[in-house]
Design a protein around this ligand. Structure first.
Ligand SMILES: Cc1cc2nc3c(=O)[nH]c(=O)nc-3n(C[C@H](O)[C@H](O)[C@H](O)COP(=O)(O)OP(=O)(O)OC[C@H]3O[C@@H](n4cnc5c(N)ncnc54)[C@H](O)[C@@H]3O)c2cc1C
Length: 441
C-alpha cells in the first residue's frame, strides 16, 4: 500500500474521528461479552498513536525488548498537525501526503504491534482496554490521547455547537478538518476571514497566530482581497508576542487585524455574523459588536480527550490529568502513565514536548518493568517550537522551554524566545519536522 492509497481512505476515517465525542451519534454497545486478549509477556498498551504514543511505543521496546507493546490508534494513517500551517500557506508546494505516514512501517521497524480500533472502555480493576473489536488485558497502560474540543464553554447550545463545528471546524486535529480549512483558504473570494484564539490552556499556543500569518501570506501572494481578523481573548498573543505582532504590522498590514480582549458571545451560522465583546480601555467597559465574515476558523477551548474520562482519572484545577510529579503516573492509578497534551504538567502542549516526554516515559516504565531504579528528575523533557511567519523569503521565530524540578517548587518550565524573524529559523522548520517524525516513525 502506498502513502497515496492510505490518503484515499483518510478523509472518511478522520471525518468521523475528528468530530468531538460529545457531538457523535451514540454508539450501540454490543451486548455480547468481549473475549479478553491476554499475553504471557508483560504487556504495555499505549493508547493513542500521536506524538506522545508513537514515541513511547518505539522507545519502550528499546528500554525493555522483552515487553509486549500494543499501540491502539483509531486512525489508519498518522497525519501531522505541526507543519500543517506551512502547508496551508502554500509554501514549498507541500501536499497533505508530505504530512502523512503509515503506522505499519514503524511498528515493523521498532517491533511493537499496532491495532487500529476505537477504544471505548478502560477497566482499571480488571486491567483491560475495550475497543470496538475486543478487550485487551494490560499490565501497564500509557495514555496519550490528545485533546477534545470544549464547545460548551463557547456555545452552550449543542445545536449551535454542532453547526459551528460542521461549517467552521477548528482544524486543531489533523485530517478532515485541515482539508476543509485548506479548501476555505484556496477558494476564498474576499471579505473577513476570522480566526479565533481559544481561552485557557490549549494545544500549541503559537498555532492560531502562525495560521493567521500563513492565511494572510496566501491571500497576499494569490491576489485575494481578504482580511484575517484574529480575535484573541488575551491582551497580546499567548506566546512569541513581539515577533507575531511585528509580523502582523509589517508583513501583513493590509491583511491581518489583530483584535485583543475579544470574547465570542454568540454566532449566527447562517448569516455568518459573530457577536463579540472587546474591552474598551477608555471607558473601562466591554463593547459589544457584530462582525460579519465570509469564513471563520473558530477554535474553542480544549479539554483532555474523552479517553481520560473513560479511564476515570482525576484532573487538576486547570482540567488536565493530575500526575505524580516529576513523573507521568496518574495520581489515581500508578499503573497508568499519561503524557502529551492531555497531561497536567505545566508544560506547553506541543508535539515536541509530547515526543520529549515519550522518551522519558519509555525509560521510566522500561526501568520499572526490569525492576531497576530510575530518577525522572535527572531526565526532564524540553521543548522548542518554531513558527513560520513569512513565505518569501521563508522566515520564522521560535520559543524554547527548559524544565526544572524541586520538591519545594515542583515542576517549572521557563522559556526563552527569538522573536526577530529570520531565514535561518524559517529553514529550520522543515529540518525540525523531518527530525521529529523520523524519531517517532
Ligand atoms: C495547527 C497546529 C500546528 C502545530 N504545530 C506544532 C509545532 O510546530 N510544533 C510542535 O511541537 N507542536 C505543534 N502542534 C501541537 C501538536 O500537534 C500536539 O501538541 C501533539 O499532537 C500532541 O501529541 P499527543 O500525543 O498528546 O496527541 P495527538 O498527537 O493528537 O495523538 C492522540 C492520538 O490518540 C488517538 N485517540 C484518541 N482517542 C482515541 C480512542 N478512543 N481510540 C483510539 N485512538 C484514540 C487520536 O486519534 C490521536 O491519533 C501543532 C498543533 C496544531 C493543531
Amino acid at each position: 500500500m502506498t502513502r497515496r492509497d492510505l490518503l484515499k481512505g483518510l478523509t472518511f476515517v478522520a471525518a468521523s474521528s475528528a468530530l468531538p465525542l460529545s457531538l457523535q451519534a451514540t454508539q450501540t454497545v454490543p451486548k455480547v461479552q468481549k473475549q479478553t486478549d491476554r499475553s504471557k509477556k508483560t504487556r504495555v498498551i499505549v493508547c493513542g498513536g500521536g506524538f506522545g504514543g508513537l514515541t513511547t511505543a518505539r522507545y519502550l521496546k528499546e528500554s525493555n525488548p522483552d515487553l509486549e507493546v500494543l499501540l491502539i490508534e483509531q486512525n489508519r494513517a498518522f497525519v501531522s498537525c505541526p507543519y500543517s500551517n506551512v502547508w496551508l500557506g502554500g509554501i514549498d508546494n507541500l501536499s497533505l501526503e508530505d504530512l502523512s505516514f503509515d503506522y505499519l512501517s514503524a511498528s515493523i521497524k521498532y517491533g511493537y504491534t499496532v491495532i487500529h480500533e476505537v477504544i471505548s472502555g478502560i477497566d482499571r480493576t480488571a486491567q483491560t482496554v475495550t475497543t470496538n473489536n475486543k478487550s485487551y488485558h494490560y499490565d501497564y497502560l500509557v495514555l496519550s490521547p490528545g485533546i477534545d474540543y470544549d464547545y460548551n464553554k463557547l456555545f452552550p447550545d449543542a445545536h449551535t455547537a454542532k453547526a459551528v463545528y460542521t461549517h467552521f471546524p477548528p482544524a486543531m486535529k489533523p485530517g478532515s478538518e485541515h482539508l476543509r480549512l485548506k479548501k476555505a483558504v484556496e477558494h476564498f473570494q474576499g471579505g473577513n476571514f476570522i480566526i479565533s484564539v481559544p481561552s485557557g490552556t490549549y494545544r500549541c499556543p503559537p498555532a492560531p497566530y502562525e495560521r493567521a500569518c500563513m492565511v494572510a501570506y496566501y491571500f497576499k501572494t494569490h491576489g485575494i482581497k481578504g482580511k484575517v481578523l484574529l480575535l484573541d481573548p488575551r491582551e497580546k498573543p499567548a506566546t512569541k508576542a513581539k515577533g507575531f505582532l511585528e509580523s502582523f504590522n509589517t508583513l501583513y498590514k493590509e491583511y491581518i487585524e489583530y483584535i485583543p480582549t475579544a470574547e465570542i458571545k454568540g454566532i449566527d451560522v447562517e448569516k455568518k455574523v459573530l457577536n463579540v465583546e472587546t474591552f474598551d480601555t477608555k471607558s473601562l467597559s466591554y463593547r459589544p459588536q457584530k462582525i460579519a465574515f465570509s469564513y471563520a476558523n473558530i477554535i474553542p477551548p480544549m479539554k483532555p480527550a474523552k479517553l481520560i474520562d473513560i479511564a476515570g482519572l482525576e484532573l487538576n484545577e486547570s482540567g488536565w490529568v493530575k500526575l505524580n510529579a516529576p513523573g507521568f503516573q496518574s495520581v489515581t492509578d500508578d499503573k497508568i502513565y499519561v503524557l502529551g497534551d492531555a497531561g497536567g504538567h505545566p508544560f506547553p502542549k506541543s508535539g515536541h514536548m509530547a515526543n520529549s516526554c515519550g522518551h522519558v516515559v519509555a525509560k521510566e516504565l522500561g526501568a520499572r518493568t526490569l525492576g531497576k531504579p530510575f530518577n525522572v528528575a535527572a531526565h526532564l523533557p524540553g521543548n522548542i517550537c518554531y513558527s513560520m511567519v513569512n513565505g518569501s523569503p521563508k522566515e520564522g521565530i521560535w520559543v524554547s522551554h527548559s524544565v526544572t524540578y524541586s520538591k519545594v517548587d515542583g515542576l517549572k518550565a521557563t522559556s526563552e524566545a527569538m522573536t526577530t524573524r529570520d531565514t535561518q529559523t524559517g529553514n529550520a522548520i522543515a529540518s525540525w519536522f523531518h527530525g521529529v517524525t523520523s524519531d517517532m516513525l
